[in-house]
Design a binder for this molecule. Structure first.
Ligand code: PBG
Length: 332
């Protein structure tokens, strides 16, 4: 129950909004560069960047430019970066072997960041889609995305990433049993301090469209991901998934997409009180940028407002393509 409040005019709720100092005193949430995980796209080649057309302001960069990005992020106070590879078509196969190649683009990028900025926390993505000829996160057999054989591959991928120096593994595939399989393998490979930030409540969302352009998966994807990613209509199911992932050894959990799923963030935080992250995905970024570029919204203001909303919804942090720009503004 809320404490009773006096009636008007003894209570005037505008009083505490009347001066900037009073507003600052009673402000409930704050945003800081330490709240951000910055997702970046890497590609093969040398000393180049190419823009991602459906994500204005976002580029794919060659591995040799990743170190610069890490130094920039570190200077801005961003504690973590997350790597996504643009894999060449030649390296996309039915057996997805490139996924656990110690020298694949992701693993090269992990080493490049850790070498340039050892304190930068490097997060990875664990799923087969960048390496799969048909764009799915798991192996496809007779038109079905198979679970258990996929988990074995995800474990190999996880160990290759941990061996390369990753601090945070991000299984994004939504297969069942992957967290315990990965956790067990980490323990037996002397990687007991490698953390898992599970993409726990990952919805089958159309907001991933621009990302699939960025990693070259749009054309590759046959069918949809509805048999493994969550139904956007569901909420209780997200709590079952969080409970399951925590029992299997996840250190942190994620809700994805972000802005349309703030209700899920709040339920997860209230129910479990564990480190909870949201992913403000490519489509969320694209729609804000598109409106800003048309002069329909103030880009910086909606960016900060959208990011603060994650804190208000109970998140400890957010994966966002806005990370460097938002950090720059927050640092004044
Ligand atoms: C791949 C993966 C996706 C995203 C992160 N990891 C796409 C998908 O599941 O199809 C989406 C990120 C974004 O849209 O910004 N498993």
């Amino acid at each position: 129950m809320r404490p009773t409040q006096a009636s008007f005019p003894a209570t005037r709720l505008r009083r505490l909004r009347s001066k900037p100092g009073l507003r600052a005193m009673v402000r409930e949430n704050a945003l800081s560069p330490a709240d951000f995980i910055w997702p970046i796209f890497v590609m093969a080649g040398k000393d180049t960047e190419t823009p991602v057309p459906s994500m204005p302001g976002v580029v794919r960069r060659t591995v040799d430019r990743v170190a610069d990005a890490a130094r920039q992020a570190h200077a801005l106070g961003i504690p973590a970066m997350c790597i996504f590879p643009y894999t060449s078509m030649a390296n996309r196969t039915e057996d997805c072997a490139e996924a656990w190649n110690p020298d694949n683009l992701s693993n090269q990028a992990i080493r490049a960041i850790k070498e340039a900025v050892p304190d930068m926390m490097v997060m990875t993505d664990i799923a087969l889609d960048p390496y799969n000829i048909n764009g799915h996160d798991g192996f496809v057999e007779n038109g079905q995305i198979v679970n258990d054989r996929t988990v074995e591959a995800l474990v190999k991928m996880a160990i290759a990433q941990a061996d390369s120096g990753a601090d945070i593994l991000g299984p994004s595939d939504m297969m069942d049993g992957r967290i315990s399989a990965i956790r067990e393998a980490l323990e037996s490979h002397k990687h007991q301090d490698v953390t898992i930030l599970s993409y726990t409540a990952k919805y089958a969302s159309a907001f991933y469209g621009p990302f699939r352009d960025a990693v070259g998966a749009s054309a590759a994807l046959s069918g949809d991901k509805n048999t493994y990613q969550m139904d956007p209509a569901n909420s209780d199911e997200a709590l079952r998934l969080v409970e399951r992932d925590l029992r299997e050894g996840a250190d942190m959990v994620m809700v994805k997409p972000g802005m349309p799923y703030l209700d899920i963030c709040r339920r997860v935080k209230d129910s479990f009180g564990v480190p909870t992250f949201a992913y403000q995905v490519s489509g969320e970024y694209a729609m804000l940028q598109a409106a800003a570029q048309n002069g329909w919204l103030n880009g910086d203001q909606v960016m900060l407002e959208s990011l603060l909303a994650f804190k208000r919804a109970g998140c400890d942090g957010v994966l966002t393509y806005f990370a460097p720009r938002a950090a720059e503004i927050l640092n004044g």
